[in-house]
Design a protein around this ligand. Structure first.
Ligand SMILES: NC(=O)C1=CN([C@@H]2O[C@H](COP(=O)(O)OP(=O)(O)OC[C@H]3O[C@@H](n4cnc5c(N)ncnc54)[C@H](O)[C@@H]3O)[C@@H](O)[C@H]2O)C=CC1
Ligand SMILES: O=C(O)[C@@H]1CCC=N1
Length: 282
């Protein structure tokens, strides 16, 4: 299904790179099927070319008729300009994927018209090693065939979850932004480990393996995190002491708030983009 499909990344930042890396590592897509472009930074395009073997092209070198799948991968604030430049060149049979936080499929549908087939995608940077948790929500006109195409492409970067678009904001708060929360947690664990005299590399690997092990237990044991936590916690033991500090310092609340704020921010971006369309139609 993916053979010979031409994929164009519009935007060459961290998320585009993570996906390119995952696609190429999967060996289901040849680097020569992937084209990447950005606004002006040719040095960045050369860097991606030499690292992954993909094709970096400036905007005026692009031949858009040969593209099967467009992946919009700029910041939400830059999408209006990007789509303005491309809208007269995108054909009805070309699939649009957007990884932009907060930007609904209806945004692309309204601007491109054509009954354009759009899929909103929320990957995370673990795409880099094929371990993303990626949500997809098809738009109004997207056929089963194109959904299958999007799925087979995105399976190259990890696990796929098909969700209703209304759930995309919370998915973004949990899984799109999620890796950053775990890295933040790891930064603090590492600081404590170093203070107590562990070597940095050792500390880092110990913490990472602890997280990998805990995550795999949830995936493989079919037990709830609550039960698994209780199994670690001996009465009056070390874990009970650690968990009591998390409770005293409201660690649970902080985690809930992180998800809540990120979800809210995704919703705000949707409102801002809706307002900007209304202004441009007025
Ligand atoms: N970084 C992450 O962990 C995740 C990011 N996303 C989404 O991915 C998108 C990109 O995020 P990052 O890669 O982190 O941003 P970034 O700032 O690293 O990269 C953005 C890229 O877009 C390019 N760009 C801007 N305007 C353009 C235009 N008009 N035409 C062509 N290229 C243009 C920039 O030159 C840059 O290469 C955002 O919308 C974000 O919501 C989604 C999931 C996770
Ligand atoms: O921080 C952001 O807005 C993007 C979306 C999810 C992860 N990074």
């Amino acid at each position: 299904m993916l053979a010979d499909k031409k994929i164009l990344f519009i935007g060459a930042g961290s998320m585009a790179e993570a996906m390119i890396s995952g696609f190429v590592q999967s060996e289901k897509i040849s680097p020569k099927q992937i084209i990447v472009t950005n606004r002006t930074n040719e040095k960045r395009l050369s860097e991606l070319e030499s690292k992954y073997g993909v094709i970096g092209l400036t905007q005026n070198q692009l031949s858009l008729t040969e593209i099967d799948i467009f992946i919009f991968a700029m910041k939400p604030k830059d999408v209006a300009k990007a789509i303005e430049t491309l809208k007269h060149h995108i054909q009805a049979n070309q699939l649009i994927l957007s990884v932009l936080a907060g930007i609904p499929t209806s945004y692309f549908e309204q601007i491109l018209q054509n009954d354009q087939q759009v899929v909103r995608v929320m990957p995370n940077t673990s795409s880099m090693i094929g371990e993303s948790a990626t949500a997809i929500s098809p738009g109004l006109h997207t056929t089963d065939e194109k959904i299958q195409l999007a799925k087979s492409l995105l399976e190259c970067i990890g696990r796929i979850f098909i969700i209703d678009e209304q759930k995309m904001d919370v998915f973004t708060g949990i899984a799109g932004s999620g890796p950053a929360y775990f890295y933040y947690f790891m930064e603090y664990m590492e600081k404590e480990a170093l203070k107590a005299g562990l070597e940095v590399e050792n500390a880092r690997q110990i913490i990472a393996q602890t997280i990998v092990g805990a995550a795999k237990m949830v995936q493989e044991q079919e037990e709830s995190p609550t039960l698994l936590r209780e199994n670690v916690t001996s009465p009056n033991g070390t874990t009970a002491a650690g968990i009591s500090a998390l409770e005293v310092y409201q660690g649970g609340l902080a985690i809930s708030k992180a998800v809540e704020y990120a979800t809210k921010r995704s919703k705000e971006i949707s409102v801002q983009i809706k307002d900007s369309i209304l202004v441009s139609i007025d």
